[in-house]
Design a protein around this ligand. Sequence first.
Ligand SMILES: *Cc1c(COP(=O)(O)O)cnc(C)c1O
Length: 400
Amino acid sequence: MTASPGALVARHVDTLPPDALPAYLYDLPALRAHAAAVRAALPDRVELYYAAKANPEPALLTALRPFVDGYEVASGGELAHVAAAVPGARTAFGGPGKTPAEITAGLAAGVHRWHVESLHELRQLIALGVPVDVLLRANLPVDGGGLDGVALAMGGRPSPFGMDPDDVHRGLRLLAGRDARHLRLRGIHAHLASGLDADGQLALAGAIAGHAVALGLGEANIGGGMAVDYADPDARFDWAAFGTGLEKLLDRHPGLRLRIEPGRSLTAYCGWYATEVLDLKRSHGEDFAVVRGGTHHLRTPATRGHAQPFAVRPSAHWPHPWERPAAAGPEVTLAGQLCTPKDVLAGRAAAPGLRAGDRVVFAMAGAYAWNISHHDFLMHPRPGFHVLDAPDGAPDRGRP
Ligand SMILES: *Cc1c(COP(=O)(O)O)cnc(C)c1O
C-alpha cells in the first residue's frame, strides 16, 4: 500500500515555498486516466453522470466532460455552477428540500432529468405547468442479496430522501392525471447506500431495475456510492466486474436505460493536500506532529473517522541553530493547527523519523475534502489550489 503522489504532484509540492502551504493539488492527467478506465468498463447503454457535490472544482468538471454523459446537481447553487463551468452539459437535478426559487431555476435551466423527492415537490411541478422529464426518487426496501453488513445511509430505512413505495404509487397516480400531462415520467431514481463493493452495487442495481421494470418504466438511475477504501489508496472499486454485471442486467431487461451517478469514486484519487510539519513533540509517551492547516481544510478524516493516507517528503532544510524536533517512536499522530482535539488528520500513523520541516502530502483528497470543511474556524489562511495538467505548464489558481 502506498499513498505516494506521482511525479507531477511530487515535483510541484517540492517547489512550493513554505508560505504557499498548505495547498491542494489536482492531478488532471490522473483524473482523466481514471475516468477513461471507468467509462471503458461500463456498457455503452449505461449513462455515467458525475455527482458534482463530491468536488465541484471547475477544472475537474471540465476534465471529466469527455467521459461523462452529464452531471448530477443537488441544489440551485450547483445547478448554476455546473451550467457556468461546463456550458451545455446535461444535468440531473436531485436533492431534498428544493425551494420554490430552485424549482423555478431548474425549470428555466432545462435540466435533462428531474429527480422528484416527494409528493409535495411533484405537486409543485404539476402546478407550474412546465414540461420536464422526471424520475421518482424511491426509498426502496432493500434486504439481503449482497447488502449484508453495509451501512445503508440513504434508503431502505427511515430517511429524509426520496419517497416510500406507497408514495411512489400515489405519485404514479398523480402523474396519470390530466393536469400532469406536461410531465414526462421516465423512471425510478434510487441512491440507497454508499461504500458498496461491486457485488453490493450489482445487487442494488438489480433491485432498482426490477422495481422500474415492474412499474412499466424505461429508466433506472441507481445512484452513486461506489466504495472508496481510505485504508488502501491503491485499491479501486472493481469497475470491470461491475460493468460485466450491468451488461448481464441489461440482457435481462433489454428495453431499460441505466444511469449511475458516482462522486467520490471518480474524483477522490486525483486530489492531494500538501503541507509541512510545523512542530513535533512527545506527549505522555506519544509523538504528535502539528502541520500547517488541518481538518478545517481537509475534514474527510474527521467526518469518517479514518486516518487520511499520506506520504512524507523529507526536507533537508533546517534553518535554526537548535535541535530539530523529530519523532522518537515509529508512530506519529498528525494533527492540525486548530484548538480542538478533533483536529487529527491521521492518528498513530507510521511515520518513523518524521521531523519538523518535513513535508507531508495527504492522498485521496479529491472528494468531500475542501468543499465539506469548516474553512473559517480559527481564521487561518486558506490553502492554495493548483491544477496540474502537464509537467511544465501548471495553471495555478492561487489563494481564493
Ligand atoms: C451524494 C450523492 C451521490 C454521489 O455519491 P458518492 O458516494 O459520492 O458516489 C449520488 N447521488 C445522490 C442522489 C447523492 O446524494
